[in-house]
Design a protein. Structure first.
Lengths: 473, 104
């Protein structure tokens, strides 16, 4: 009767536990090879846009203000070539009940858990999503447990994560705090098995579909205000759900010509599961340590098939330096009177640079902000970095080395969105699909799926397959 | 001897979830040297002293055992020490907007 609670023993029960905790039989959408029916999964397990709007508005989520950043636009025009400098707008998602766009994801997930009769919800997250799930659980009367990776082996915690724990507890959630390591998933499974609660994963169809309302609202707000859709939407990218949901919402609004740009903080060189490096980073989300692995293999999360598939929708992927994001966070407060959390401003730093490539009559939108406060604040995060031996100085952010220094731009004209090679990322995704599924013969359905899942063509997929000597029909 | 804590108090307990030798194979070397630890808060189920093995009832009603480390655990995170560099950003940008520089 007593269950094997060892790491291996529990992991062996993973599929069984997950199926019970998510309430989705993913096998229904599988083809038996690489391809799976993504749209059918989103249709049959998600909600319609109208249903989501209703669920969200009943808990005060969504319909956040769209603000024009006139002073930052003027600043960009000062340093851009003549005639350049698009109008910069921001969607003030910090106005959601839990202080970030994650409320949209959580509203749906918690609603769904309640509908299915679960008594509580569990989420594994150190970020804004925990607060969002906790807030929604409070509103909808469910119990809530949040599992966080929080401390290094010295017991020193990232101030941003500790603040998130406080916020979750403020909403009545239980917070389980852990030291660094991917075995967080082990604790997470153990809790799901023990409680029988719903897995409010970030990557279920309900969660991702919840962000569609954001993309849809953006289009509607722009049409009402300036009579047309924006030209570019910049999304801070980590696990890919923000970008995926926003892009799908824009498509549902018929705004298909809008360019979608992903932006991540560059944390190259830092290992995300390293105990020693855990407190050397000054961003706990929105960084390349999530962005790249989740783009090149989205199905690495806590559900078998992730509904977040950023390569399907991304037109361009850029990085910015930590120092640039901190600088822009301060600029947003000083020039626009908006004090918002740093991580959400990743896409703002990128947009400030990209706006300077665009014409003055064009429009670029930063599609989220997040709350700020003790711990989760540039001053808290910068002084924490300084205490952990990171050098902070003014200079050229191009020379920033994650884990060694944070370089605040000496002049705003040094802020530069740096392009990642999106084609290379698409290639690694395709290679991962082959290696992980151990496929040696790619079917026609697989080809079509891979082309869609990488927003490319079957020709491109075939080329990649040839380069790794795999046959494609 | 540790401090005496009464039954019913809100406390923090600590656990070793996995010993170094039990850690997952994919964990980097430095992380493999240390255990996976966890902390949860709950209502203490019996009179005890700091450092003793106890049982708590968490806010969701779970019963969890662990080592008693703190009574009335408080949040001590803050806005950090003063970072003088931040002050310069607003000054510089407001000057630029007021007219100073032009297209380069």
């Amino acid at each position: 009767m007593s269950k094997d609670m060892s790491y291996q023993g529990l992991m062996a029960r993973k599929n069984e536990i997950m199926k019970r905790a998510v309430g989705i039989d993913y096998a229904v959408f599988e083809s038996g090879s690489i391809a799976f029916d993504y749209e059918r999964m989103m249709r049959e397990t998600g909600y319609t846009l109208e249903e989501m709007q209703k669920i969200q508005s009943s808990t005060g989520v969504g319909n956040t203000p769209l603000l024009e950043l006139r002073n930052l636009t003027a600043l960009a025009r000062k340093i851009a070539p003549k005639g350049k400098g698009a109008r910069i707008f921001i969607k003030d998602e910090a106005c959601n009940p839990s202080g970030s766009f994650k409320a949209r994801r959580a509203a749906n997930a918690v609603y769904h858990a309640k509908k299915l009769g679960y008594k509580g919800v569990i989420a594994a997250t150190s970020g804004n999503y925990g607060a969002a799930v906790a807030s929604q659980a409070a509103m909808q009367g469910l119990k809530c447990i949040i599992v966080q990776e929080c401390y290094d082996s010295r017991g020193i915690g990232q101030p941003e994560i500790i603040e998130k724990a406080r916020k979750c507890e403020a909403y009545g959630a239980e917070v389980v705090q852990l030291t660094v390591g991917p075995e967080l998933f082990y604790t997470f499974l153990m809790l799901l098995e023990e409680t029988g609660y719903f897995n409010a994963s970030l990557y279920t169809p309900f969660g991702i579909a919840g962000v569609e309302t954001l993309g849809y609202e953006l289009s509607m707000q722009f049409r009402e205000r300036v009579g047309r859709d924006p030209d570019v939407v910049v999304c801070t990218n980590a696990g890919g759900g923000n970008l995926t949901g926003t892009a799908r919402g824009l498509i549902k609004a018929g705004a298909e010509s809008v360019k979608i740009i992903g932006a991540s903080v560059n944390l190259q060189g830092l290992h995300m599961a390293s105990d020693e490096q855990f407190n050397k980073k000054s961003f706990t989300t929105g960084h390349t340590g999530f962005g790249i692995p989740f783009a090149t293999w989205p199905d690495r999360s806590d559900v078998p098939r992730s509904a977040a598939r950023p390569l399907r929708y991304m037109d361009r992927y850029v990085t910015v330096a930590q120092g640039e994001v901190f600088y822009m966070t301060e600029a947003l407060a000083q020039l626009e009177g908006l004090e918002r959390g740093p991580a959400g401003n990743t896409s703002l730093a990128a947009a400030f640079s990209i706006a300077q490539e665009m014409d003055e009559d064009q429009i670029i939108v930063v599609q989220e902000t997040e709350y700020t406060g003790a711990g989760k604040h540039i001053q808290a995060q910068l002084s924490f970095a300084r205490d952990n031996g990171i050098e902070i100085k003014f200079g050229n952010p191009e020379e920033e080395v994650p884990g060694k220094n944070i370089i605040l731009p000496a002049h705003p004209n040094l802020i530069q969105a740096r392009d990642l090679d999106l084609e290379k990322i698409k290639k690694s995704y395709i290679k991962n699909c082959i290696e992980i599924t151990k496929t040696d013969n790619v079917s026609e359905a697989d080809l079509a799926f891979l082309a869609q899942d990488t927003k490319s063509s079957q020709g491109f997929v075939k080329e990649v397959l040839e380069s790794i000597k795999v046959e494609g029909k | 001897m540790g401090m005496k804590v009464s039954k019913g108090e809100w406390v923090l307990i600590h656990n070793i979830v996995l010993k170094p030798e039990e850690r997952a194979p994919q964990v980097p070397e430095d992380t493999k040297k240390v255990p996976l630890e966890s902390w949860v808060k709950g209502f203490l189920q019996q009179d005890a002293q700091i450092g003793e093995e106890v049982e708590v009832k968490t806010i969701t009603g779970r019963m969890v055992k662990g080592r008693l480390v703190e009574v009335h655990p408080a949040y001590t995170h803050h806005f950090g020490k003063f970072v003088p560099e931040l002050l310069q950003i607003g000054i510089q940008l407001k000057e630029m907007l007021a007219g100073g520089e032009v297209h380069e």
